[in-house]
Design a protein around this ligand. Structure first.
Ligand code: CUA
Length: 345
């Protein structure tokens, strides 16, 4: 295989590996994304067919123009225009114009049909459908679950859990600029505006971990505004929700107790809240169950000790422009603080 062929094969492989997985519109995990994929497939194959036809006629034309150039140029006479071959050509062009109009009309109808189908999926929510309030911020997601009394409210950040087989309503709002929620395995994009609520119904039909991404340029860290979505059986979902509803765990070890004191006496409480303590600020993510989250910094890093320490000491290194400032904890204080934060399951 020559180097050029190898490069082509490698590129094709890279493109194909990007077509499935936890963040792909070509691997739908719910009915809404399934309908969108059907629409995409009809657009793709029709456009592919038209592209191949255009290429064939272009090559035919190129090969014939070479032959025509050898003949001496002459004016078309009235007799030429009336010749059977030109009449056939006129019919041919007419037929293709007609086919083009039919294709465009079909694509418009398919587009409207998909929209109607997606809206009808939202029309029959079950009584146990949870409602999620999603708030976009520079550059993270606040996720709240509402069900009945306000004491039942759950607030988390950069993660969403969905019960499979149940449609879930997501009400959206932004606190600053326009963001856009996009979980390609589950639905198309939906913008979040300041002072203008929008909503979306999604449903996951199989368990799995998926990723959502902000899809509207919203500033310096737009690319690091991700979210982990866990789709699980309804029983597991309710177990998770019940655990999230609990106030934070009381520190058990001496180190954790020192860590809590450091947290509650430092500037951390100017932005964060931990339910069950006097930390009640809402500028930054709620940390009540921080240790139960798979990732930190809106999907930028795995939630492990090294990354958490790096994030606390120098968040600007991980996400330049993030609203979290740098902190100068001495090593002992940092160790205690990490022990406390890691106990917040
Ligand atoms: Cu938020 Cu891009």
């Amino acid at each position: 295989m020559n180097p050029w062929h190898r490069l082509c094969a490698l590129s094709a492989l890279l493109v194909l590996t990007g077509c499935s997985g936890a963040q792909s519109a070509l691997d739908p995990a719910g009915p809404q994304a399934g309908r969108i994929l059907e629409l995409f497939s009809s657009y793709f194959w029709i456009c592919f067919g038209v592209y191949v036809l255009v290429l064939i006629f272009m090559l035919l034309g190129a090969s014939r123009s070479g032959a025509l150039q050898k003949e001496s140029p002459r004016q078309l006479s009235a007799q030429d225009r009336q010749s059977p071959i030109n009449r056939t050509l006129a019919k041919f062009v007419g037929a293709f114009v007609f086919i083009t109009v039919v294709i465009l009309f079909y694509l418009i109808v398919a587009d409207f049909g998909t929209r109607r189908a997606i809206l009808s999926l939202a029309a029959a929510p079950s009584t146990n459908s949870p409602t999620i309030q999603l708030v976009g911020r520079q550059w993270w997601w606040e996720v709240q679950y509402h069900s009945g009394a306000s004491s039942n409210q759950v607030t988390t950040a950069n993660e969403m859990h969905l019960p499979i087989g149940i449609p879930v309503k997501i009400e959206m709002l932004s606190r600053d600029v326009i963001h856009s929620f996009w979980a390609p395995n589950l639905h198309g994009k939906k913008d979040l505006f300041p002072d203008h609520p929008t909503a979306l119904w999604i449903q996951a039909d199989r368990p799995g971990t998926f990723y959502a991404q902000c899809a509207e340029f919203c500033g310096l860290q737009h690319a690091k505004m991700r979210m982990v979505i866990t789709a699980e059986a309804p029983a597991a979902f309710h177990r998770w929700l019940d655990a999230q509803r609990q106030p934070s765990k009381e520190p058990e070890t001496d180190l954790q107790k020192i860590g809590q004191k450091i947290f509650l006496s430092s500037t951390c409480i100017m932005c964060h809240s931990i339910q069950g303590t006097h930390a009640r600020a809402t500028l930054g993510p709620d940390l009540t169950h921080l240790a139960s989250r798979p990732m930190i910094a809106a999907g930028s890093r795995n939630n492990v000790r090294g990354h958490l320490a790096g994030w606390i000491l120098d968040p600007q290194h991980i996400k330049p422009g993030a609203h979290m400032p740098q902190h100068n904890f001495n090593p002992e204080d940092l160790r205690a603080l990490l022990a406390y934060l890691e106990s917040l399951k």
